[in-house]
Design a protein. Structure first.
Ligand SMILES: [Fe+2]
Ligand SMILES: [Fe+2]
Length: 215
């Protein structure tokens, strides 16, 4: 009887250990989980943008307001919060894994080029909304849009498959505390967060419609 109780207690202890271990792992990888989730969200926006570029390609009038809202979000949230968070993680990762140096340099460089091309594309769209006639050839609008979508998708895939995996495997609790201290001041997500900012309410509805169609 006592022997079986001992076995039972050991089993509970072992399970508790596994549970505690998993909880610790979850806490450590929390920021990477959030960044991966943001990638999923960004890809939804890129699909919406792609669909508008398809309209443009066919000669139909795209929803310029929707495209502008998407690019406003990407330049005001992704470029100013998501990318700096990643860079804070990657700088600590570099202390643990010097072989990540060339990937980090490549990814950080892409943050600049994607940010710059996104800001230019957003400006073009805002000018159209503000009444500037769409006198440019359609491909001059479509090309930067398609390039932006393709580059950002490829960029996120690289992070998901390489640097995020390294960060999940190599960074310890102390590293994550250091990272948390660097990123805690960052603003919350104005579209996919707990509170949707007024200016994104229409975009939020469009995302809801897209989800309904695909389910
Ligand atoms: Fe990134
Ligand atoms: Fe990212």
């Amino acid at each position: 009887m006592l022997e079986s109780l001992d076995k039972h207690t050991s089993l509970i202890s072992a399970n508790s250990y596994v549970l505690l271990f998993n909880l610790k792992e979850m806490a450590v990888a929390k920021e990477i989980f959030k960044l991966r989730k943001e990638h999923v969200n960004f890809k939804k926006l890129l699909s919406l943008l792609d669909a508008q570029l398809d309209h443009l390609h066919k000669g139909d009038e795209p929803d310029y307001q929707l495209m502008t809202d998407i690019m406003y979000y990407m330049t005001e949230y992704s470029d100013t919060t998501h990318h700096p968070k990643e860079e804070a993680i990657f700088s600590v990762l570099l202390e643990r894994d010097s072989t990540a140096k060339k990937y980090i340099a490549e990814i950080t460089g892409q943050h600049h080029t994607i940010g710059e091309s996104g800001a230019n594309f957003h400006e073009t769209l805002e000018n159209i909304l503000n009444g500037e006639p769409v006198i440019m050839r359609l491909q001059d609008l479509e090309k930067p849009g398609r390039t932006y979508v393709a580059n950002l998708r490829a960029h996120m895939d690289k992070e998901d498959r390489n640097l995020f995996v390294r960060a999940e495997q190599l960074l310890n609790e102390k590293d994550w505390k250091k990272i948390d201290a660097k990123i805690q001041h960052h603003k919350s997500d104005p579209l996919f967060g707990t509170h949707v900012e007024e200016r994104f309410s229409s975009l939020c509805n469009q995302l809801g419609q897209m989800e309904t169609k695909s389910s």
